[in-house]
Each structure stands twice: as C-alpha cells, then as structure tokens.
Design a protein around this ligand. Structure first.
Ligand SMILES: Nc1ncnc2c1ncn2[C@@H]1O[C@H](COP(=O)(O)OP(=O)(O)OP(=O)(O)O)[C@@H](O)[C@H]1O
Length: 118
C-alpha cells in the first residue's frame, strides 16, 4: 500500500511538472503546434506509419523543451548570478530546442506534402 501511495505521489509530481512546463511561453507555442498538426493529420487521414513518425517528432520536441526548461530552472537555482558557463549551458539547451523544432518543421513538410498534393 505504501508502495502504491509513493508511486501515485511520483505520478502527481510528474503532472505538476507538465503544468509547470505549460506555464512557459515556448511550451504554449509547442502545444498550439501539436494541436494544429494533430488536427491536420486527422483531417488528411494520414497513414499509421506517418502517425508514428509524427508522434515521435512531436515527442522529441517536447523532450527538448522540457529538458531546456528544467536546465534553466536548475541554472537559476544553482547560480543566479551571471556566469559565462551558465550562459553557454542555457544557449546550448535552447539551441537544441531550435534544431529539433527545425527538424520537426521539415518532418511535417515531408509527411503532409504528399497528402496535400494528392
Ligand atoms: N546566469 C546567467 N549567466 C550568463 N548568461 C545568462 C544567464 N542567464 C541567462 N543568460 C543568457 O540569457 C539567455 C536567456 O536566458 P533565459 O534564462 O532568460 O532564457 P530564455 O530562453 O530567454 O527563457 P524563457 O523561456 O523564460 O524565455 C541565455 O540563453 C543566456 O545566453
């Protein structure tokens, strides 16, 4: 029973983490993009394989954004003062989100183009 309560508490913490992530401006943009892309995929009735590629891409963008946000909070807690390495760490994390978002745009183009052209 104690084990179950502890697992449920961990789950609740994870839900809190998702809510905290959604307070971020960029995460809200990702949410909007996720909803729009999913709506388009439903409307175009894309294949199961295309859904798999799309969901994996969306998940990777969320993973990058979540880790970026976590790292920002960690940096701010551990070293609130300005430091060049903190700046570098934040820039690299933000850069990986940017790269992943660019890949996601290309992926969306590759997936949707054949349906839109048909
Ligand atoms: N403590 C710091 N030391 C050095 N540079 C910093 C520091 N904090 C932020 N920076 C620089 O400012 C940039 C923006 O940092 P910030 O934490 O505001 O991220 P952000 O992506 O603008 O956040 P948000 O998601 O709130 O828009 C960083 O990428 C980094 O270049």
């Amino acid at each position: 029973m104690e084990w179950l309560v502890s697992r449920l508490q961990s789950f609740a913490h994870a839900i809190t983490g998702v809510r905290t992530l959604l307070e971020e401006h960029h995460a809200r943009l990702h949410l909007l993009a996720t909803v729009l892309v999913s709506a388009l995929a439903f409307a175009l009735q894309i294949s199961a394989d295309d859904w798999k590629a799309l969901l994996l891409t969306v998940a990777l963008v969320w993973l990058a954004e979540g880790l970026n946000t976590a790292l920002e909070h960690l940096c701010d807690a551990l070293h609130p003062e300005h430091h060049p390495l903190i700046g570098k760490a934040k820039d690299v994390a933000a850069g990986s989100v940017l790269l992943m978002a660019a890949v996601a745009v290309i992926m969306a183009g590759l997936i949707f183009a054949p349906y839109l052209a048909a």
